[in-house]
Design a protein around this ligand. Sequence first.
Ligand code: NAD
Length: 947
Amino acid sequence: MTNEFRLAAGGRIDRGRPLRFRFDGRDYTGYAGDTLASALLANGVHQVATSIKHGRPRGIMAAGVEEPNALVQIEKPFPEPMLTATTVPLTDGLEATGLPGQGRLATEDDPARYDTMHAHCDVLVVGAGPAGLAAALSAARSGARVIIADADAEFGGSLLGTGEQLDDAPATDWVQRAVAELAAFPEVRQLPRTTVFGHYDDNYLVAVENRGDDEASRQRIWRIRAREVVLATGSHERPLVFAGNDRPGTMLAGSARTYLHRYGVVPGTRAVVFTTNDSAYAAAIDLHDAGVAISAIIDVREVVSTYWASRCLQRGIVVHAGSAVVSTSGTDRISRVHMARWESDGDRVTDVQHVLSCDLLLVSGGWNPAVHLHSQARGTLRFAEDIGAFVPDQHARSVRSAGAAGGFFDTADCLRTGAEAGGDAALAAGFDATTGSLPRARKAPVLAGRNVWLVPSPSDSAGNNQYVDLARDATVADVRKALGAGMDSVEHVKRYTTIGTAHDQGKTSGILSTGIITEALGRDIADVGTTTFRAPYTPVTFAALAGRDRGDLYDPVRVTAMHDWHVEQRAPFENVGQWKRPWYYPQYGEDMEAAVLRECHAVREGVGIQDVSTLGKIDVQGPDAGEFLDLVYTNMMSTLKVGRIRYGLMCTADGMVFDDGTVMRTGQNRYLISTTSGNAAGVLEWLEDWLQTEWPHLRVYLTSVTEQWATIALAGPRSREVLARATADIDLDNEAFPFMSWRDGTVAGRRARVCRISFSGELAFEINVPRWHGREVWDALIDAGASLAITPYGTETMHVLRAEKGFPIVGQDTDGTVTPHDLGMSWAVSKKKADFLGKRSFSRADTARTDRKQLVGLLPADEDLVLAEGAQLVEHSELPEPPVPMLGHVTSSYRSAALGRGFALALVKGGRDRIGDTIYSTAGDGLAAVTITEPVFYDKEGARRDG
Ligand code: NAD
């Protein structure tokens, strides 16, 4: 079987470029320009999948995105699941298999790149059929910047698949001229293979471009902001619901016509046509003229169009009026249809009158305008009785519909409404509309169709075999069951039956289910309405949406000036916000615990060095800077002297601790504040928010300077010695340079600002240099401290050291429910200030309770035990019947080199009044006794601070 069903000539395929492909393990050939579906049909393959629930054979039913059946899994060139054979362009070497409604994701890494483009235009035209092309031409001729996008690789829309004439020549000639004219405008961008899948507020639209053979860049997302939008998205043909309507070989009439004209393929040898309207006659005649035997046209209307009837007569095609197909038979493919009389006003059919042999059943139940984007943009719909479909009613601002999308099914009307919409859109965007000439289209007289939702069945009155949604295997029986269960809205029936929830989102089934519900409930279809149209219009891969934001670029990584040094030392990194911070520096095969004990010991007994560049730094300037800081910190900052530093807490308006850090006064109107590493952006945003919305009168300017500085902490009793070796112009004496002050000077030959602050309780200096010099100064300090066994330490050691001193970490020992008083830090809350964020909340009854959870220390009775952070605390060693009252939980827990044992910080109800009490912590499967202590475990009197 090689292209047995391909005509000798015709179609828009490139017969000079044959392509080999494999489907379900068999080899075939097709041509460049084919889709997988057209190539399969050319080879006589109809059945491509099995249905998801009932396991029934399913064939190709459509020629585009509305296809409900032909789901395939692509294996090569790259595995991709759940694609419709009707939208997969054929490529050489393509390998695919049919699917039972479920796919398989690739297990290998995708080598392709996915991009995002941002574009702006005056007029965006979606769809490049006759309406879209006419719209784009009008808009472009007026001078507007135009983008025209079409899902198809070729512009022309339905004209590519109908063999129609314009200006007495093939319509495709006009398409070619239109495309060439558009290409000559420098401000027009043509986007073939681009599906607009989302239409959001203010004409923000998102599209996905398939980049075809470009293997490196498989897909590209376009984010388009358009002043005006013309939706020329065409329409989808509606199938008919009758018993056995899912047999392979059943196909939409318009799609069969497309296979013929566009791909030179006849999808069968002997066809029956079943229709409710005129449009299927054109398909029947075109197929007849191409050599397909048309057994009969079965038309549900009592009176058929004389125009079409005479054309059928000329060809000897029999037309059965007032009749219907009531069932089909055949094993893997349709072989017979069963026809009965159906009075136009009757709800019953007669017994079967004719059995017709065929291998193809073409169906048409009318056409649904593709109103998806119109509805996504919040346009409304109305039911148009004459075409039996929902059409746009009110449009969203700056949106227009044209052509079949607007309910116009005649090519001349499509061209006219397209040109008008394009001109209006350009005018609205501020251009002078110009009208160019339009090609002449032949107009056939149209006889109104009959709106049919369900063909009664003498053999299947329950509706088990009448498929509404083929993709979901949902039948008329399922709809009736939903109605029987009390569902009476389309949205509820959708959820109950899953109609419209598959890959095709109900493009062929949605309106049918509305119609069937309407008839069953005896209601007006306009009242029943449609389900909500949501983005995406067609499935979009996550890879395309993610674009380049994956792997290392998924979440940006921030590294300090000294990062490479840490990497050289093989330090594992801890993620803090987006920062990579060295966690510990293992030596000679140490594990983390051994490394941390060694590092802690070095800081307590000698000297340690840490990269603390990641702390957030915000420069606060302006005449009202002091007043502002008094409002956002709980303690007083405006009284700070230039040259001095103060620790401060920030609370949210409910009095809960939000962040902490130091405040340095660097000038009369200038401060530098530090924040926690992970919360720097949050704090800046928070401060800006207050400044801009609550206190706009304050003359204060905030600048993030985190990245401008590299900061190095030297900590330990011998830190002064190390620093002294690296600076000549800063007097490091305690008197000259007291705790909580800063000095400018030179360190390792570079301008530096040195602070005396300590997070470990030891004598410590923080050296700030421009980021550019960070690594150089770090190296110099390491050299300076070499003879003193200077030891680099990471975040884990820092955490242990500060916990030994009872210094809380915001976000670890607090969780948004903890006040400064709960932390035992009332000393940091001003009693003098008239106001500050959180102040009023401290007098709330709940915030002032004495049995609130308070920060305390815990010492396990078993000195070797290190409690788990997050462990719950209970009163007794025997657990009572649940619910067990909880006293609190462990917030920080470590083994201490200085204490020679495990210890913890915890939040415990009324904990400060319970110092000395024994309570119990969950530990493994049991409970462990712990003693409540003061939170400060080491150097309670603060004797080590000055060295
Ligand atoms: P069209 O069907 O010719 O073109 C619509 C185009 O829009 C298609 O190429 C499609 O790929 C594209 N498209 C749809 N949604 C898209 C999206 N979200 N993103 C990107 N592209 C998208 O529509 P038209 O220009 O309105 O012309 C309709 C044609 O179909 C006319 O020739 C008309 O005669 C014919 N038609 C005839 C009947 C009938 O009853 N005889 C019924 C319907 C349509």
